[in-house]
Design a protein around this ligand. Structure first.
Ligand code: SAM
Length: 242
């Protein structure tokens, strides 16, 4: 998968060099390119924001640098010669703008996006991006506004990191044992059961005996019951109506 990120803080994405995503990049499974929005400005101060029309507090990201950045990234799709030969051919790009006003990011969305060939993320800052940028992007590619949740961050970078991590770990080859993805929270609509490892007793706390008995049917039943109980207590909204 090819991922392009546009941001005024490229250094935020240094963490993509480490851990499983770092290895996926080394292995050619993920091709991540980070673009500094200020590289697409033409004034001495490399200005990316201005006062909002109509007044009000805060600044709005100007459309011109965004237009040039999107053109540069999306035009690359038209000249596929620059693509890393180890990667699958690119398909139609999807542009994602993180926004608290967008549709809420879910595990189902992460799974859907993990099959995409090319994702472009545009990180907003200040009061957000001039609305016309979304319209222009939509004239060139599919566009989605995606929210991490019902709260407001200072910028899109953290939201994009979270999305890339959730999407990236679902791409075949990124996680060593794909079976570990199957039984996780939100995969079957429930929260995951509690996990334990050695020692069997630690500081007076014991592992539930059923997990050490070797009866796989009983273990499966215990885990299912624990999933239902945890979901009922913490996230009853996830349970189907009775
Ligand atoms: N004025 C905007 C509003 O009320 O909808 C909030 C702007 S916020 C301070 C700046 C940027 O942070 C946004 O453009 C977006 O990129 C990002 N952001 C903030 N909260 C977010 C969330 N819950 N999910 C995804 N991105 C978020």
């Amino acid at each position: 998968m090819r991922i392009d990120i546009v941001t005024i803080f490229p250094e935020y994405f240094g963490v993509l060099d480490v851990s499983l995503l770092g290895r996926a990049r080394e292995d050619g499974i993920l091709d991540v390119q980070v673009h500094d929005l200020r590289a697409f400005t033409h004034d001495r101060h490399r200005t990316v924001d201005d006062k909002p029309y109509g007044g009000g507090a805060g600044m709005v990201m100007k459309p011109e640098p965004w237009g040039e950045a999107l053109d540069a990234i999306l035009d690359l799709d038209a000249t596929a010669g620059e693509v890393d030969a180890r990667l699958p051919p690119r398909d139609a790009p999807l542009v994602i703008f993180p926004s608290p006003a967008g549709e809420v990011f879910t595990q189902a969305m992460a799974r859907e996006l993990s099959t995409a060939g090319h994702l472009v993320f545009g990180c907003g800052r200040y009061e957000g991006i001039d609305q016309r940028v979304f319209e222009y992007a939509g004239s060139r590619a599919s566009v989605r506004l995606v929210s991490l949740g019902d709260y407001v961050l200072n910028g899109g970078e953290v939201a994009v990191m979270a999305m890339i991590e959730a999407i990236g770990r679902l791409i075949p080859g990124v996680i060593g044992n794909p079976e570990s993805l199957v039984e996780e929270s939100h995969e079957d609509g429930l929260l995951e059961y509690p996990s334990y490892t050695k020692p069997a007793e630690w500081r007076g706390y014991e592992v539930p005996p059923v997990l050490m008995g070797g009866n796989h049917g009983a273990i499966a039943t215990w885990r299912r019951d624990a999933q239902l109980e945890r979901t009922r207590l913490v996230r009853p909204d996830l349970l189907p109506p009775e």
